[in-house]
Design a protein. Structure first.
Length: 117
């Protein structure tokens, strides 16, 4: 568990680190930083793959409007949403400059409610 606790005032409610975050790479990921991009919190890892911005912009609005937090780790995308969405409605993989990124279905979460399927 992280030794740091951060509260972020977000348009969709208060977000707490590490409680509401995917943290897929290692403990204390706060040291890699966060970016607020179009009201979405991007949680960076050591790779800081800025193609994440292009990926986000390419998503359908019906998905973008519900994303609160996104993290990319290796070829997986981890999302925290503000409501449940049917996975079949949003797709599960994307070609990003010749690399396939996949939705990590076990981590499609709704803030405060655990996994969403």
């Amino acid at each position: 568990m992280s030794s740091v606790s951060i509260k972020i005032d977000h348009p969709k409610g208060n977000i707490r680190y590490p409680d509401n975050f995917p943290n897929k790479e290692e403990a204390d990921q706060y040291r890699y930083g966060f970016t607020l991009y179009k009201d979405v919190i991007v949680q960076w890892n050591r790779d800081r793959d800025e193609r994440l911005f292009k990926w986000y912009d390419s998503l359908p609005e019906k998905l973008r409007e519900h994303i609160i937090i996104v993290q990319k780790h290796e070829d997986k995308i981890y999302l925290v949403l503000d409501k449940e969405i049917k996975i079949k409605d949003i797709g599960t993989s994307w070609d990003v400059e010749g690399e396939i990124w996949q939705l990590a279905g076990d981590e499609l979460r709704v803030k405060g409610r655990g996994a969403a399927y």
